[in-house]
Each structure stands twice: as structure tokens, then as C-alpha cells.
Design a binder for this molecule. Structure first.
Ligand SMILES: Nc1ncnc2c1ncn2[C@@H]1O[C@H](COP(=O)(O)OP(=O)(O)OP(=O)(O)O)[C@@H](O)[C@H]1O
Length: 361
């Protein structure tokens, strides 16, 4: 088995931002309190470890409700942790307010899915960016700030900048607004971008342009990026590393090419088989037998076992630790144990998924 908290995919590099055995439970509200009743909680994120590296994009992939946004918000320090640790440059951060929180927010910038609701409709583009620039560049004169705004708009390709500064959010398209939210994040000169489904609310035809912009910014600034998405095909295209989340846990992670072309966990295989690609062979051999579980009362053992066609007895009782599939590629799945029953099931699985690869984006 492998220790998830050490040995990142970028050998030799230190991670910029880390989730280390992070857990988040939300209290369930509502209902009349009953004497002796235990409080219900949503087990939204359970024992997740993830490392983000400078100059690298890590995709976080999974179905709706698997805990992706919660993990991004924990990395941004927007929620207190139930357990585990967030580390920035190796140091634990516990910054939920005050100066330390402001510094974390500057260093780690969230870019959200819906650019339409993230701007003040009565503030001009210049007004919106002026606020961000004033916050993060307090010593600059008005003239210097205007130059920073021009530079930000140029970086995100809203050019010539002066054609945009006096516009209002409703005068921009969805793609232009998402570029503007990227500019607002850039004003902080962050080391980490947490992009939560940055293109899923946008027209398919403009998604690639925004993803390419994010990729160039990450490379040019040597920033780390978490790319949250439902779309495993875009993870392969866009991210160096991919982590797959199911029911609050990371079930597989590693280099994107390995995770998407030699998927090891039956859940990742199911995600790939469900991705639309009529030309692909092998998809119909991977069966789905159910729905994601309730996170108020998640299944014992491996959380995927009630849906898994390859489940063994131990899967219902014992939670698997990550097994190493190849260097840097791990899967939390008992199929990779070294015993005769697991080997036989592994052979069945290999036969069922032969030829199954994520479609080209
Ligand atoms: N503030 C909250 N209070 C209570 N439960 C929450 C809260 N935020 C998220 N949850 C629950 O935690 C679980 C994980 O939600 P989360 O939004 O992180 O998933 P997700 O993978 O990002 O889904 P989506 O792709 O739909 O955004 C869900 O069951 C959700 O209902």
C-alpha cells in the first residue's frame, strides 16, 4: 500500500498547498430534537489527502455531491475542518479570520462556476477591478492602479482594455465575465487557483478558450491549480494530475494519463464508460448498478461497494487504503490486494474494461 500524504506526482518538488487527511462533516439541520437522539451529520469529505504543485494543474473529478466543492472551500479556508490539516508551503494553516485569513485568501484564490452571479451589477468593470487592486496593491497611486487594471484586462484578453473598463457586467458575455473573474483573482497575485467548475456554465464553444487561458496563466506564473470538474475527458486534456472523488473520498489519483487511460478503480471506470463518446469500444461492458449513497449514513467498508460489480466480502466491512498501481498512481480498492481472490477478481475486471479509455476532450 502507499502513503498518500507523501510522494507527490511531481518528484522532488514540495507541494504549495496540501490537504492532509482532511475531513468535513456538516450538521444536518431541521426536525424536532429528540431526547437521546444522536445528531445527524453529512460526511461530505472523509480523510482526503491531496497535494497541489507550482506550475501544475490537478483535476478533481466526480459526480454531483461527491464533495469536490467542499474540498475546494476547505483548501480556501472558507470552512472550519472537522479533522486533518491544510498546509501552505508545508506549514499548517488555521486562518478563519483576521490578518492570517486575508493573507490566505490573497495567496489562494477561488474562481467559481457562475460568473453571472459573482459581480455587482451596478459596478463597472473598472470599478470591480479597482476594488480588487486597491485591496491587494494598497501603496499604489490612482495612475498606477489604472495601469494594473489595463494589464489585468490584457492578460485575460479583454483588449483593448479601455473598450471594456466602462462597461457593466450585463454588457459582457458569459465567457467575458468568466475572464473578468479570472482577472479579479489575478489582482491578488495568487500562488494557487482553485477553479470550481470554471467552464460548466458556459457555452461548449467557448470552454476551450477559457481552459487554455487558465493553463497559460498557471504555467506563466508557476502557480498551482485545482480544476474541479464532472468531466473526466477534460481532466485528461487539461490537467497533469487527476484525483477522482466518490462519496466524500478520493478513490483514485495519479498522473492524468494513467488515471484516464488505465483507470484502476471500478468507479473511475464507470465515470469513463458514462462519458459521452459513441466511437468508444468497451463502455457497454462496464455496468452501473445504482446511485451514489446518502452521505448522512454512508456504506461501511468501501463506500462504492453497493454499486461495484467486482465487490468481494471484505469490501462491505473494511475500508481499503490506497494501493499503488504504478509510480504515483494509487487506487483505494481491494482488487489490488495481493491474494488469490483479489487476483481472480482483478482478472475479471481487466477483461471487462479492456480498451476502455477516456474520450478525447
Ligand atoms: N453547507 C452545507 N451544509 C450541509 N451540507 C452540505 C453543505 N455543503 C455541502 N453539503 C453536502 O455535502 C455533500 C458534498 O457536496 P459538494 O457540494 O461538496 O459536492 P460536489 O461534488 O461539489 O457537487 P456539485 O458538483 O453538485 O457541486 C453533499 O451531500 C452536499 O449536500
Amino acid at each position: 500500500m502507499s502513503d498518500e500524504t507523501t510522494g507527490g506526482t511531481a518528484a522532488g518538488d514540495e507541494p504549495v498547498l496540501q490537504a492532509v487527511h482532511v475531513t468535513k462533516h456538516f450538521a444536518v439541520r431541521g426536525g424536532l430534537p429528540r431526547r437521546g437522539a444522536t445528531k445527524k451529520v453529512v460526511h461530505a469529505v472523509e480523510d482526503v489527502s491531496l497535494d497541489l504543485y507550482a506550475g501544475r494543474i490537478t483535476a478533481l473529478v466526480g459526480e454531483s455531491g461527491s464533495g469536490k466543492s467542499t474540498l475546494a472551500r476547505l483548501l480556501a479556508q472558507l470552512y472550519p475542518l472537522t479533522g486533518g490539516e491544510i498546509r501552505l508551503h508545508g506549514k499548517p494553516v488555521q486562518a478563519l479570520r483576521g490578518k492570517a485569513f486575508r493573507e490566505h485568501v490573497r495567496t489562494v484564490q477561488l474562481i467559481l462556476q457562475d460568473p453571472f452571479s459573482s459581480f455587482n451589477p451596478v459596478a463597472s468593470i473598472a470599478g470591480t477591478l479597482r476594488r480588487a487592486v486597491a485591496l491587494h496593491h494598497p501603496g499604489k497611486s490612482a495612475k498606477e492602479r489604472a495601469a494594473v487594471i489595463d494589464d489585468l484586462l490584457t492578460q485575460i484578453n479583454l483588449v483593448p482594455p479601455r473598450q471594456f473598463t466602462e462597461k457593466f457586467p450585463h454588457e459582457l458575455s458569459g465567457g467575458q465575465l468568466q475572464r473578468l473573474s479570472i482577472a479579479r483573482a489575478l489582482a491578488a497575485d495568487p500562488e494557487v487557483f482553485l477553479a470550481d467548475e470554471p467552464v460548466s456554465s458556459l457555452d461548449v464553444s467557448i470552454r476551450l478558450g477559457i481552459l487554455n487561458l487558465l493553463r497559460h496563466l498557471t504555467e506563466d506564473r508557476n502557480a498551482a491549480m485545482l480544476y474541479v470538474t464532472h468531466d473526466i475527458a477534460s481532466a485528461r486534456y487539461f490537467a497533469a494530475d487527476t484525483a477522482v472523488m466518490y462519496a466524500g473520498q478520493v478513490v483514485e489519483k495519479g498522473p492524468s494519463e494513467a488515471v484516464t487511460q488505465q483507470a484502476a478503480h471500478p468507479y473511475t471506470q464507470l465515470l469513463i464508460a458514462s462519458a459521452p463518446d459513441p466511437s468508444r469500444a468497451g463502455a457497454d461492458r462496464v455496468r452501473d448498478i445504482g446511485q451514489p449513497p446518502s452521505l448522512i449514513d454512508p456504506p461501511s467498508g468501501c463506500r462504492f461497494h453497493p454499486r461495484c460489480p467486482f465487490a468481494m466480502e471484505r469490501c462491505a466491512t473494511d475500508a481499503p487504503e490506497p494501493f499503488e498501481i504504478s509510480p504515483g498512481h494509487t487506487a483505494r480498492c481491494w482488487l489490488y490486494a495481493d491474494d488469490p481472490e483479489a487476483r481472480a477478481k482483478r482478472a475479471d475486471n481487466a477483461e471487462a474494461v479492456a480498451g476502455l479509455t477516456a474520450p478525447a476532450s
